[in-house]
Design a protein around this ligand. Structure first.
Ligand code: PRP
Ligand code: URA
Length: 289
């Protein structure tokens, strides 16, 4: 059982007793200071944001693991957005600019989404845990490494998330693929779900939820809720363009979900479109504009 953390003192005690489990996911980000630790239970995990004056870094995000086996660990985040990682690799930024261009035709748009997804997956998989594996080369036997645990599962949010699947499968060809069908109601901007299918052993898998756009955050938050309801506990959200409102909404609903994007844009317009954005990702990807 994980310890009950109700104050800074009991948090410090918990850290003393369970430091090994905690160090797996200790995270040094710029998190807002608060008068008391924020403690929330999410499935098997206890999520804690706390000021830790005894530590080298002031503000820390800590996951109590309760014995859970995770392959994800800490990541660098964006100031003010503790769950967000902007992938600022020059190739990603170059391709994203082409993607934003209103004159980019469907064929090129599709290729760019695919390529950016590959590059983002490279970043988002950089901390997957490895295990030693014996391998016989033509000359001798040696010890190599392979990714630990069950196969990574990709879950595109239909439709536009489909455009990111192949690019990631190129790096992780053994990945399983689930699907979540959601569309945004044009009036309310709230998500309406119509399909859900993922592998059965969800609790044992790492999930990458895919959608090029994180606008109001309604679709992403609903998709994560559905994944968790089906047993998933280790989820990352990969998108291309995010709006501040969407990142915050997803963070409020699911503070344990790390978000990777190629750009954090300025704002939403009155129709819930991201500015400057790239328009309607599904329409541009499938030529239905
Ligand atoms: C788009 C996009 C996201 C959603 C983001 O899909 O692909 O799923 O909007 O908006 P939100 O963050 O405000 O929820 P859309 O609803 O247009 O469906 P489609 O992919 O079928 O076109
Ligand atoms: N969905 C899109 O496809 N684009 C946006 O800008 C917002 C939601």
């Amino acid at each position: 059982m994980f310890p009950v953390v109700t104050s800074r003192i009991s948090l410090a005690r918990a850290l003393e007793h369970n430091r090994q489990a905690l160090t797996v996911l200790c995270h040094h980000g710029r998190l807002p200071p608060g008068p008391a630790p924020l403690v929330e239970q999410i499935s098997q995990r206890v999520f804690v944001i706390a000021d830790m004056p005894s530590e080298a870094h002031d503000h820390r995000l800590v996951f109590f693991h309760a014995g859970e086996d995770s392959t994800f660990c800490a990541m660098h985040t964006t100031p003010g957005f503790p769950t967000l990682r902007v992938v600022d690799h020059p190739l990603v930024q170059h391709k994203l600019t082409l993607l934003r261009d209103r004159t980019t035709p469907t064929k090129i748009f599709k290729e760019l989404v695919d390529e950016i997804a590959t590059l983002m997956a490279y970043e988002a998989t950089s901390d997957l845990a490895l295990e030693a594996a014996e391998v016989e080369t033509p000359l001798e036997t040696t010890i190599g490494h392979r990714v630990m645990g069950k196969k990574l599962t990709l879950v595109p949010i239909l439709r536009a998330g489909l455009g990111m699947v192949e690019g990631i499968c190129r790096l992780v060809p053994s990945a399983r693929v689930g699907h979540i069908g959601l569309y945004r109601d044009h009036e309310t901007l709230e998500p309406v779900d119509y399909y859900f299918k993922i592998p059965g052993d969800a609790a044992e898998r790492d999930f990458f939820l895919l959608d090029p756009m994180l606008a109001t955050g309604g679709s992403a938050a609903a998709a994560v809720t559905s994944l968790k309801r089906a047993g998933a506990t280790r989820i990352r959200f990969l998108c291309l363009v995010a709006a501040p409102d969407g990142v915050r909404r997803l963070e409020r609903a699911h503070p344990d979900v790390q978000v990777f994007c190629a750009a954090l844009d300025r704002q939403l317009n009155e129709h819930g479109y991201i500015l400057p954005g790239l328009g309607d990702a599904g329409d541009r990807l499938f030529g239905t504009r």
